[in-house]
Design a protein around this ligand. Structure first.
Ligand SMILES: [Zn+2]
Length: 245
């Protein structure tokens, strides 16, 4: 065996590393910057700027999170030795009985980075592999597209909710997006810059509705969209390729 191909939840099991909560990234390790949003009750990750080119505009002062400049370099790749060093002394007893011994929480009381030493380390050649686990592209593409369409407000529940805006307000970020009280007591959410106008949405769904592809290329796009409400009803991997095109 030279590599495992799995979806995101299975990755955590095979790797022995947590991939949610405060220590979610299986590449960044300690360099991951996570914060907890109180109203949304969600952990989010804000260290993505470190992957941009060093002179990128977003890294400059004022544009970045909390108005500060961000000069962090991207996290260096952990070698096989580094990772083995982290897991080699782990003694975990599984189960819910009194004799069970899970990995203790980290210093800040968050879920620990490692859950166990993966059984694959018992393979004599496991240490010599450069890439040991991969995520399958079908799950990845589909999840990415569902999130993207949610951001655009055309798939399921919107990502851009009142709770998100309240968290922005509490963090004193992006003043123009804070919720405003209007006369009848309801909250007004100003549209963010990436929102499509009514006409833009109409033309997008008109285009999707007119797509004809050869049989078995993808599902019938007309059946997975609701043109009146301008929403996607369902999305499968092959449909993402139609959207890309
Ligand atoms: Zn990361």
């Amino acid at each position: 065996m030279f590599v495992t191909v799995n979806d995101w939840p299975a990755l955590s099991n095979l790797l022995g590393q947590t991939n949610m909560g405060y220590n979610a990234c299986t590449h960044c390790f300690e360099d991951l910057d996570s914060i907890f949003l109180k109203t949304c009750r969600k952990v989010v990750y804000i260290s993505h700027c470190q992957f941009l080119p060093v002179d990128h505009l977003v890294r400059k002062k004022g544009k970045h999170f909390k108005g500060k400049a961000d000069h962090r370099a991207k996290p260096h790749n952990q070698t096989e030795d580094d990772i083995l060093e982290m897991v080699k002394d782990m003694k975990v007893v599984f189960g819910k009985r009194q004799s069970s011994k899970p990995v203790p929480k980290d210093t800040q009381g968050h879920t620990p980075m490692w859950k166990k030493k993966s059984i694959f380390w018992e393979l004599p050649y496991w240490h010599d592999l450069e890439v040991r686990h991969t995520i399958d592209v079908m799950h990845l593409t589909k999840n990415l597209y569902v999130n993207l369409l949610r951001f655009m407000g055309v798939y399921g529940k919107r990502k851009d909710s009142l709770e998100v805006r309240q968290d922005l307000q509490e963090m004193k970020e992006q003043g123009n997006l804070h919720p405003k009280k209007i006369d009848d007591g309801r909250q007004y959410l100003s549209p963010p810059s990436y929102t499509q106008s009514k006409e833009e949405k109409e033309s997008m769904f008109e285009c999707l509705n007119s797509i004809n592809v050869s049989s078995r290329f993808s599902s019938n796009i007309k059946r997975i969209i609701n043109v009146q409400e301008k929403k996607f009803l369902n999305l499968k991997f092959h449909d993402c390729h139609v959207l890309m095109t």
